[in-house]
Structure formats: structure tokens, C-alpha cells
Design a protein around this ligand. Structure first.
Ligand code: SAM
Ligand code: SF4
Ligand code: SF4
Length: 319
């Protein structure tokens, strides 16, 4: 199986401290920007058909070379996306990203009002909304196909703000919204304070969708609906994650030293599992290593490999 998606964490630090995010709680353990040597090694594996996501557990716009890096990937014919908090999305950066060939981005908002945004993300809501408006205007001029998504990690403190969020997204003219559960909890307290069952979120979402006219808005319900799936929802069978330090793993969660609270068994796990580092090995060699192959073979069969136990995105069997 070849690598279809490559997640390159060009930045491993952040300018916000969102209450649900592992970067806020474990950030000091993995703080920095990817050196050119590592980035260039990633570049060597990108082909025309590859999808590259230049985002991990950090804020990609903190990388001053982001536009240059996007350009070096897009000129190979590959598609590039990022997820961002959009706090630093100035007019110049918008232009730079569009000119570099970025195909689209997802803006994490988790709120539809200033008050809830402040509670969850702690940044300046008005700045972010103005930045989205600037982006929306500029893409009409430069690339009308540029995709704008807005995301909402649904939790106890923001559930009631979901209608405001959907209404706002529809007014801003973004293409889609992604409504997700808080699929990663890192302590029992974190789980108790914030987690909501996907079924309850779907119920709320259906109710809101009936009362609002969201005709041109695609509503994505990633990880909310139960459906059987071999492989995990992060599609690790054909995806590789590379941290800003060059550590290679299957996904963000396995690639960082942060615990995971197993919701089903109510235990705290240490899933940290890396398969090599690009500083002293090639990606091909790491990708084909026996442990990494073993993980992917299990995922492909629909069984949950040891490092993935307790992961809400793990393969789902019928019944
Ligand atoms: C880690 S952030 C990195 C990119 C950027 N800083 C941002 O906020 O979009 C990527 C996405 O993970 C989401 N996220 C953070 N903590 C989460 C958690 N515990 N469970 C599920 N998603 C989470 C964020 O809301 C964001 O949409
Ligand atoms: S902005 Fe993104 S990376 Fe930063 S703390 Fe928030 S969710 Fe985490
Ligand atoms: S199932 Fe495993 S590889 Fe997939 S997202 Fe979860 S921890 Fe990562």
C-alpha cells in the first residue's frame, strides 16, 4: 500500500490555548518548527497523487516559511490543505496562501458567538471573523474553487452554540462545516467536563438543521455517525504522520507523548508510538518497517492494533 496522504506537522506550537486541545496541555513537550532538512525529506516522497496536510498539533501560520513550503508541494502537482485557527490570517497571508497553490483550508472556530469562542479558544472572535471575510473576498478574485471549511468540536460548553455556529457559517459563505465529537480526551476530568456522546450531538444537529435554512452549506459529520469501517477514521492504512521533529507515525495521537483516556474502559493510556525519525532514516524504510506494517495490516483487517486501543477513531466492526 502506498502513501496517499502525508500529514506534515510543520509547526508544533501554538498562539492559543484551547481548553480541549492536547497542544495546550502537553505543548511544552513538543514545541518547535520543522527544520528544512526534515521538510525536504518529506518533499522527496510527495507525488502528483499525494494529498498533503500541513497541520499537526500546532498552528501552521506560525511558520513564516509556510507559503514557500506549500508552493514547493503544489508545484509537484499534489494537493495541499491546512487547518488553522485563522487568528494570524492577515491580508498578506491570505494572498500568499492562495498564490502558493493551497487548495483549501479548515478554520477551527468551535463557537458561533464571541462569548463561547472566548471560553473555548480564548482568542479574539472579531479578528477571526474579519479574517474569514478577507479570505472569502480574495478567493473570489484568485481561485473561486478554493475550499473553505469551518470546524466545530462539540463539547458540553459549546453545544448550545451550535445553531449560532451554523448560522454564522452560512452567512459567511463558507463551503462546508465539520461537526465532530471531542474524539480525544486526555484525563478523566477532561472527559467528564467536556465529552458528549456522538448520538446526542447528532440529535442536536438534526434539530438545528430543521430550523435553519442551510441550503448551500455542506454539513460534514465526521466521526459522529456509526458505520462499520475497516481502517480507522483517520485512514491510517494509507496515511503517514510526520511530527515537526521528524518522528514518523500513523497519526497525530500516536506521534506525540500525550495520554489518551479510553472512554470505554475508563483508563488512561500512553499510546505514543513512533516508527523512526527522518533525521537518520528514509520515509520508505520507516513505512516498510515490520512494526509499522503490522499496525497497518491489523487496521486493514478491521482489528484494533495495540497502540490504537481506546481510540475513538479505531476500526468499527458490525454490531
Ligand atoms: C490540533 S488543531 C491544529 C490546527 C490549528 N491550530 C487549529 O486549531 O485548527 C486541529 C484540529 O483539532 C481539533 N481538536 C483539538 N483538540 C481536540 C480534541 N481533544 N478532540 C478532537 N479534536 C480536537 C481542533 O479544534 C482543530 O480543529
Ligand atoms: S489553536 Fe489549534 S493547536 Fe492551538 S490550542 Fe487551539 S486547537 Fe490546539
Ligand atoms: S486508530 Fe490508531 S492510527 Fe487510527 S487514529 Fe486511532 S490511534 Fe491513530
Amino acid at each position: 500500500m502506498k502513501i496517499k496522504k502525508i500529514i506534515i506537522e510543520t509547526v508544533g506550537s501554538c498562539n492559543l490555548k484551547c481548553l480541549m486541545c492536547p497542544t495546550t496541555h502537553y505543548g511544552p513537550k513538543f514545541k518547535g518548527i520543522m527544520p528544512d532538512k526534515i521538510f525536504n525529506k518529506c518533499l522527496a516522497y510527495i507525488k502528483k497523487e499525494t494529498m498533503a496536510i500541513l497541520t499537526g498539533w500546532g498552528e501552521p501560520l506560525l511558520d513564516k516559511k509556510l507559503e514557500q513550503r506549500i508552493y514547493s508541494i503544489s508545484k509537484l502537482g499534489a494537493t495541499v490543505y491546512i487547518a488553522t485557527n485563522a487568528t494570524l490570517l492577515t491580508k498578506e497571508r491570505v494572498k500568499g496562501l492562495l498564490d502558493a497553490g493551497l487548495k483549501g483550508l479548515s478554520i477551527s472556530l468551535d463557537a458561533g458567538s464571541k462569548e463561547i469562542y472566548g471560553k473555548i479558544r480564548g482568542g479574539d472572535f472579531d479578528t477571526v471573523i474579519n479574517n474569514i471575510k478577507k479570505l472569502s473576498l480574495e478567493r473570489e478574485k484568485v481561485n473561486p474553487d478554493f475550499w473553505i471549511d469551518m470546524s466545530f468540536v462539540t463539547m458540553k460548553p459549546n453545544l448550545e452554540d451550535l445553531p449560532n455556529f451554523l448560522y454564522l457559517a452560512s452567512n459567511l459563505g463558507v463551503n462546508s462545516v465539520s461537526v465532530t465529537p471531542k474524539y480525544l480526551s486526555f484525563s478523566e476530568m477532561d472527559f467528564k467536563n467536556y465529552y458528549i456522546e456522538p448520538d446526542l450531538i447528532l440529535e442536536k444537529l438534526n434539530e438545528v438543521q430543521k430550523s435553519l435554512n442551510l441550503q448551500n452549506l455542506e454539513v460534514r459529520t465526521y466521526a459522529l455517525e456509526y458505520f462499520p469501517k475497516d481502517d480507522c477514521l483517520a485512514e491510517a492504512v494509507s496515511t503517514v504522520f510526520i511530527s515537526f521533529k521528524g518522528d514518523v507515525s500513523a497519526c497525530c495521537n500516536l506521534g506525540h507523548p500525550a495520554p489518551r483516556f479510553d472512554v470505554k474502559n475508563k483508563t488512561l493510556l500512553e499510546p505514543y508510538t513512533i516508527y523512526g525519525n527522518l533525521d537518520d532514516k528514509d520515509l520508505e524504510e520507516i513505512w516498510e518497517s515490520s512494526d509499522f506494517l503490522h499496525l497497518r495490516r491489523n487496521l486493514k483487517k478491521g482489528t484494533v492494533p495495540f497502540p490504537c486501543r481506546g481510540c475513538a477513531l479505531a476500526p468499527r466492526k458490525n454490531g
